[in-house]
Design a protein around this ligand. Structure first.
Ligand SMILES: Cc1cc2nc3c(=O)[nH]c(=O)nc-3n(C[C@H](O)[C@H](O)[C@H](O)COP(=O)(O)OP(=O)(O)OC[C@H]3O[C@@H](n4cnc5c(N)ncnc54)[C@H](O)[C@@H]3O)c2cc1C
Length: 319
C-alpha cells in the first residue's frame, strides 16, 4: 500500500525490514492498530538471497519482505511506502511526520530503521557490494567456498575476517592495503597459509559483472573471486534525535542501546534489528522485532489497566 497515511495508531513501526515486519505481525495479531512506514532500502537489497534463515534459506530479500508485508496487511495492518523525517513527543504518545507532509499519531514507537554500511573508499567496491564484495562469512561464506578470497586489511577487524573466511576456503590472500601488519598477526596468517600482499589497492577488476581481481597501486594484478571488506555499521537514528535518542558509538559503528526487551532510554520508544544490534542477521532482527512487539503490547495493556483502575476508583469515590 503506498501513499496517504493519516490517523492514530497504537504503534507506528519505522522501517519495514525483517525487524519491522516481524514486530508489526506480532502486534496486528495482538489486535493492535499498526502502521509500518518503510523507505524501501533494506540493508541486504544488493544480495541475491537471504542465507542461514531456517526454512527459507536462499529466499530473495525482496520476496521475504513482500511476504512479510502481505502477512501484516492480511491481519489489518497498514504499510506505507514513505520516509519518516521527524518524530516529536505529544501528551499521550508521538507525532510522526513523513516526507510527503503526512502526520500520524501513535501511542508507542518502534525504531526498525536498520543501518548503513559505510564502505571503504576503494574504487569498484560499491559496485560489487553484496555480490563480489562481501563482509559476512555466515551470509556468503558457503557461496564462495573453495574460491579465491581476498581480504582487505588496514582495518582492526581485517585479520579476524581473514581467519574466519579461511574456514570456507584454503585460498585466502590478505591485502595489507599499505598498512603495517602486526608481527603477532603475521604469525596467525602464516600459520593458516594466508599470504600477505603488500601495497595499496588501486581498484577492482571485473569481467562483465564478475569480480576477477584486485589491481594494486604499483600495477600488479591479483586474481580473486571475492573480496572481503570491513564496513562501519551505522544505525539510522538521525530522525529520532529530537526525542533524545542518541546512538552509542562503537569502533565497528553506532547503534541504539536498549534493554533486553528492546526498550530504549526514552519512554514509549523501542528499537529492534540492526538499529539496536549491528551484528543482527535476518533471523536475529526478526526475533528482536517480535520480542519488542510483545513488550510494547504488554506495556499498552498495563497502561490501559492502570487507567481503568483509576477511573473505577474515581467512580467509586463519587458514591
Ligand atoms: C550485502 C548483505 C548481505 C546480507 N546477507 C544476509 C544473509 O544472507 N543472511 C542474513 O541473515 N543476513 C544477511 N545480511 C544482514 C541483513 O541485511 C540484516 O540482518 C537485516 O537487513 C536487518 O534487518 P532490519 O529490519 O534491522 O533492517 P533493514 O532490513 O535494513 O530494514 C530497515 C528498513 O527501514 C527503512 N528505513 C530507514 N529509515 C527510515 C525512515 N526514516 N523512514 C522509513 N523507513 C526507514 C529502510 O529503508 C529499510 O527498508 C546481509 C547484509 C548485507 C549488507
Amino acid at each position: 500500500m503506498a501513499g496517504q497515511v493519516a490517523g492514530r495508531y497504537d504503534v507506528v513501526v519505522v522501517g519495514g525490514g525483517a525487524a519491522g515486519f516481524s514486530a508489526a505481525l506480532t502486534l496486528v495479531r495482538a489486535r493492535r492498530s499498526v502502521a509500518v512506514v518503510d523507505a524501501g532500502e533494506p540493508r541486504n537489497a544488493p544480495a541475491d538471497g537471504v542465507h542461514g534463515l531456517l526454512g527459507l534459506d536462499g529466499i530473495r530479500p525482496d520476496e521475504l519482505l513482500s511476504r512479510g508485508r502481505a502477512e501484516v496487511i492480511g491481519y489489518g495492518g497498514e504499510v506505507h511506502d514513505g520516509e519518516v523525517v521527524d518524530v516529536s513527543r505529544e501528551s499521550d504518545g508521538f507525532s510522526v511526520t513523513l516526507r510527503d507532509g503526512a502526520v500520524v499519531h501513535t501511542r508507542r514507537l518502534l525504531i526498525a530503521t536498520g543501518l548503513v554500511d559505510e564502505l571503504p573508499p576503494i574504487p569498484g567496491v560499491r559496485k560489487q557490494w553484496g555480490r563480489g564484495v562481501l563482509h559476512c562469512p555466515y551470509c556468503h561464506g558457503w557461496e564462495v567456498r573453495d574460491r579465491r578470497i581476498g581480504v582487505v586489511g588496514a582495518d582492526p577487524m581485517a585479520v579476524h575476517k581473514a581467519i574466519m573466511f579461511r574456514q570456507w576456503s584454503s585460498d585466502v590472500v590478505f591485502f595489507d592495503h599499505g598498512d603495517d601488519v602486526e608481527p603477532q598477526d603475521r604469525v596467525k596468517l602464516d600459520a593458516l597459509g594466508i599470504s600477505i600482499v603488500s601495497g595499496g589497492i588501486a581498484t577492482l577488476e571485473t569481467a562483465g559483472d564478475q569480480l576477477t581481481g584486485v589491481r594494486l597501486d604499483d600495477g600488479r594484478l591479483v586474481a580473486i573471486d571475492a573480496l572481503v571488506v570491513s564496513t562501519r555499521m551505522v544505525a539510522r537514528t538521525e530522525v529520532f534525535a529530537g526525542l533524545g535518542i542518541e546512538p552509542t558509538i562503537h569502533p565497528a559503528g553506532a547503534f541504539i542501546e536498549t534493554d533486553p526487551f528492546g526498550a530504549t532510554s526514552v519512554p514509549g520508544v523501542w528499537a529492534a534489528g540492526n538499529s539496536s544490534d549491528i551484528s543482527a542477521q535476518v533471523s536475529n532482527a526478526a526475533a528482536d522485532g517480535a520480542r519488542a512487539a510483545q513488550h510494547i503490547n504488554t506495556d499498552l495493556i498495563m497502561k490501559d489497566l492502570e487507567r481503568a483502575v483509576a477511573s473505577l476508583s474515581d467512580r467509586e469515590g463519587e458514591f
